[in-house]
Design a protein around this ligand. Structure first.
Ligand code: MFK
Length: 546
């Protein structure tokens, strides 16, 4: 028999994740940490089981059957195994319930679960994110009737009564520009609202409810005239006939996720709040799903890196294991440093969300959260693609072969930069959050995070880069086109500074406990530069595109 290469082995995703263990050790009181342990351990077990199952199963895509043998419209969707288990696994481990518990730590405890579950879930986390977002938006709107009806289902711990909710926003003319929504809400003579239109990306089509943007009949055009509606999709165990599934999307990645194009043909719906300003009402949902996006992006990075790191010890080339090859080791260490920075930022957004929702945060922390949410989403989304691509390369040709399970990581990672708003749309959203004193709020929290750090080089680099960002804003803030054309560079700069400051805080805590690795990650991350500010556009853009 000729040489056979050992496959990479996935170590227990919870017990071996030093970043997660250190974060929980620093951020949670001992009794809450202990109470969380069993769920995290079990979700780590589930992740291992799913990884092993994926290696032997060929079931990758859901199947839509639109008609039965006798010509009746059925729109039945057969799901992959992880999707069939989704409600049971997540209710058993209180994934959504944890996030809405009465504690400032609720969101951190929720997102620790999400992080461990995500890759194994085969993007069941996508509708879970929307369900979480829908619960948050209903609470923010204060609609008591809908809260009493839907939240026990959305946040419940019984898989039999658990409901998933969708977010029906995207339409053919309005992906980013939601103000172009064409779906109309009409009121029957008896007062019942009904939705008529076509929604172009529905990833919770197997769910039982949805929040949908629609234009009340006769309302004007644009964003402000849109209203937010709550709808239910099922009549007992049959899908309502007013919801028609046109087809499932054939996507680059997230293959197990049944994303559908649908028609609403008079689906009954109820206004969530006033019959206007629907985008304002759905914004809490967007900010929650964008937080999920950041956590899921770091979960994918962590999986890719864990496999690449393990493989580097198993694979020999030129007489020694890859891990002993200086350039390969350096490549992995660079990836580790970037991952640790992204991890720190994503989990701080989760933590701050919990503090703000619980009323435990100061006003400047709430303003910082509003800015950090798009920054985290846009930066981690891009970084996930880069790191997953680099991780595949660490396997050479094997990283390009489907049944290693590796290419899927890269295909799936691409969705993070698109789902819930592209990098540019999120960069522009960060400008909304910077209006007023968003940057001042960010600088205050960064100052708190740097307090006590002994890495003077990193502290000075972070502070100088924030100064440069502030000067950039002063210079370009008055001219809208200049501001927008540089928004991505500004957003990446602020994201990197925030992540570095959070890494500095973790490094200080870990060093006091004898672990110098986060400090090394900080040095390396800062060493790659924080500054990504765009130089003024001297007309070259128009020239290049001419
Ligand atoms: C997981 C796998 C998925 C499978 C594949 C899926 C592929 C992708 C499928 C998708 O389509 S995902 C959905 C992607 N679409 C989006 O995420 C929407 C992107 N567009 C935006 O985010 C726009 O910024 C937005 C539509 C939210 C607003 O743009 P507009 O129309 O210019 O609105 P405007 O007037 O600026 O804002 C309306 C109000 O909302 C304002 O408040 P006021 O009414 O009080 O003035 C804003 O301040 C507020 N607002 C907007 N964004 C906010 C926000 N408030 C808080 N937080 C925010 N993030």
């Amino acid at each position: 028999m000729s040489f056979l290469q050992d496959a990479p082995v996935l170590a227990h995703p919870y017990r071996n994740d030093r970043s997660l263990l250190a974060l929980l050790g620093r951020a949670l009181p001992a009794e809450r940490r202990a109470a969380l342990d069993a769920d995290l351990d079990a979700l780590g077990d589930y992740a291992l089981h799913a990884w092993e199952r994926a290696g032997t199963s060929s079931r990758r895509k859901p199947v839509l059957t639109q008609w039965d043998a006798w010509g009746r419209r059925v729109d039945r969707i057969e799901l992959t195994p992880a999707w069939q288990e989704g409600a049971a696994v997540t209710t058993r481990h209180a994934v959504l319930a944890a996030g809405h518990a009465d504690s400032a730590h609720a969101r951190l405890e929720e997102f620790a679960r999400v992080y461990l579950y995500h890759v194994a879930s085969e993007f069941y986390t996508c509708p879970l994110a929307m369900t979480d977002g829908a619960a948050t938006a209903l609470k923010a709107a204060g609609n008591t009737a809908l809260i009493e009806r839907a939240l026990p289902r959305f946040l419940g711990r019984d898989p039999e009564t658990f409901w998933l909710s969708g977010q029906w926003m995207t339409e053919t003319p309005g992906g980013s520009d939601v103000g172009r929504t064409e779906t109309v809400a009409r009121q029957d003579a008896d007062g019942q609202w009904r939705l008529h239109g076509r929604k172009w990306f529905s990833s919770a089509v197997v769910g039982e409810a949805a929040l949908a943007l629609a234009r009340p009949e006769g309302a004007g055009g644009g964003t402000a005239a849109l209203a937010l509606f709550y709808a239910e999709t099922m009549d007992g165990d049959r899908r309502k006939p007013e919801l028609v599934i046109d087809r499932l999307k054939d996507k680059l990645g997230t293959h197990e996720l049944p994303t559908a194009e649908i028609h609403l043909e008079g689906l009954p719906a109820w206004p969530v709040g006033e019959l206007a300003h629907g985008v304002r009402q759905v914004a809490p949902m967007l900010n929650v799903t964008r937080t999920w996006n950041g956590i899921c992006a770091v979960a994918s990075m962590r999986r890719a890196l864990a496999l690449a790191r393990d493989y580097a010890a198993r694979r020999e080339a030129f007489g020694r294991p890859l891990i002993e090859q200086p350039l390969h080791a350096r490549t992995l260490a660079d990836m580790q440093a970037q991952f640790e920075a992204a991890f720190a930022l994503a989990f701080e957004v989760a933590t701050l969300l919990g503090r703000v929702e619980h009323g435990a945060a100061e006003p400047h922390e709430a303003a910082a959260l509003r800015l950090l949410t798009p920054l985290c989403k846009l930066w981690t989304g891009k970084l996930a693609v880069k790191l997953c691509s680099e991780a595949l390369e660490c396997f050479g040709g094997a990283g390009y072969i489907e049944d290693t399970g590796l290419p899927q990581l890269l295909r799936d990672a691409q969705v993070y930069a698109i789902w819930e708003g592209t990098t540019n749309v999120l960069s522009l959203d960060s400008l909304r959050a910077l209006a007023g004193d968003g940057l001042g709020a960010l600088r205050r929290v960064v100052g708190d995070w740097l307090n006590g750090s002994d890495d003077m080089h990193a502290v000075s680099a972070i502070q100088q880069t924030l100064e440069a960002a502030s000067r950039w804003l002063e210079r370009h803030g008055a001219t809208r086109d200049e501001l927008e054309s540089g928004a991505r560079g500004l957003a990446f700069t602020l994201a990197r500074c925030s992540a570095a400051a959070l890494l500095a805080r973790q490094a200080t805590w870990s060093r006091q406990r004898g672990d110098a690795r986060p400090a090394a990650a900080l040095r390396r991350f800062v060493g790659h530069g924080l500054h990504r500010l765009a130089s003024p556009d001297t007309g070259d853009t128009a020239l290049l595109l001419g």
